[in-house]
Write a protein that binds this ligand. Structure first.
Ligand SMILES: [Zn+2]
Ligand SMILES: [Zn+2]
Ligand SMILES: [Zn+2]
Length: 372
């Protein structure tokens, strides 16, 4: 049974405060359509001259530092990014996956993020049990609960996970892995599920989401609320020459759990200072959590996992289809419903009626909205 984790404020904090330092990812994968135009590890645009320090143009440099084994599907903005990632690109199986998918248009983002995550855990010596029924519900601190039930239901999602995991195993040349014939792709299945549950779309600049990143417990332990008190943003990593001077910063949050094992689990999985991290995704885009409301000391800090401008039914559908949980936050449980949900549910055709009073909520709704 997994431990329920949450993040709480260390002290009373005003709104618009950064609650975490910039957190580097433990796995990244550009969306397929940005592979040709962005650095595969730091997500910088290859045509951006500020990303290189020589007189060669950025595109030429990217060609010099690309992987020839997969016909240059991955490109790097600089010799440093190339040196940091080229080994991981091949060892994780990402290079082999491009070869397997060479004649299909199938998007490989989640599979590549899962391969890199698996490689990261292998490098750290953390591997999930080959027997799924022994799963603790977390790997490397990341939530992977619910997979057994999904696979037993054998629905569309299970089929997607099984097909993806089989491809991953083939890319890693581990399709004959182990003495467990019915569990032979379980490691890949769990990693793919970990990416689906914990991966976050990375939005940098005006392009929208350019890729997916998985951050460690220091991000993934922030729970969802439809009434969040924090948000997150992304930053590109500092340039390589500045990286060594990058301070580790401080967290204004601490982990907690119902079983009071928060700090123990945090210590176990908080490998942010591990010397192995810089060799993997240290150059990847950072994520920073910021308060959007004043916080009391020890108050739980929550972010949102989805679009909040949806009525409750749609929010619940979204959360269930993507994350397989039912939200019991204040906004979902409050009765009567909050003013914002009243507005979202109202018939907007009423807006055309100049004298309509149907948009005026009853007084008790306004009172509930104004309550702190
Ligand atoms: Zn780069
Ligand atoms: Zn390659
Ligand atoms: Zn909710």
């Amino acid at each position: 049974m997994e431990t329920e984790m949450e993040m709480r404020a260390l002290e009373a904090t005003p709104l618009s405060s950064d609650l975490t330092p910039p957190i580097p990812p433990i796995s990244v994968a550009l969306h397929d359509k940005y592979l040709a135009s962005h650095c595969t590890i730091c997500f910088r645009r290859l045509s951006n001259p500020s990303s290189v320090t020589t007189t060669l143009d950025a595109y030429t440099i990217s060609l010099m530092h690309s992987c020839s084994a997969c016909s240059a599907r991955v490109k790097y903005c600089s010799p440093n990014c190339y040196a940091a990632d080229s080994n991981g690109h091949v060892s994780s199986g990402e290079c082999g996956l491009f070869f397997l998918l060479r004649s299909t248009a199938e998007d490989s983002t989640d599979l590549r993020a899962a391969l890199r995550l698996l490689h990261y855990f292998e490098c750290l010596g953390i591997l999930p049990s080959p027997k799924r029924h022994e799963s603790s519900g977390r790997i490397g601190g990341l939530l992977v609960a619910g997979l057994v039930e999904i696979m037993e239901e054998a629905g569309e999602l299970a089929e997607r996970i099984r097909e993806g995991a089989t491809l991953m195993a083939r890319a890693r040349h581990t399709e004959n892995f182990g003495d467990f014939p019915h569990e032979k792709v379980s490691v890949e299945e769990e990693m793919l599920w970990a990416v689906m549950l914990n991966g976050v779309e990375v939005e940098i600049g005006e392009l929208g989401a350019v890729g997916v990143a998985v951050y460690g417990p220091w991000f993934s332990w922030f729970n969802h609320s439809c009434l969040p008190n924090a948000c997150y943003r992304f930053d590109l990593s500092p340039h390589h020459e500045e990286l060594q001077h990058e301070g580790s910063g401080s967290f204004k949050v601490f982990p907690a759990s119902s079983g009071n094992q928060g700090s123990h689990v945090w210590k176990r999985w908080n490998f942010v200072d591990s010397s192995i991290v810089p060799g993997l995704c240290w150059f990847g885009p950072r994520i920073i959590i910021r308060s959007i409301k004043p916080l009391n000391k020890s108050e739980e800090v929550c972010i949102t996992y989805m679009d909040l401008l949806q009525p409750k039914v749609m929010r619940h559908l979204d959360l269930w289809s993507r994350y397989h949980f039912i939200c019991h936050c204040k906004r979902c449980c409050i009765s009567p419903q909050m003013y914002i949900d009243f507005i979202l549910n109202c018939d907007t055709r009423s807006l055309n009626c100049a004298n309509s009073t149907s948009l005026n909520p009853p007084l008790w709704l306004l009172i509930s909205w104004r309550k702190p």
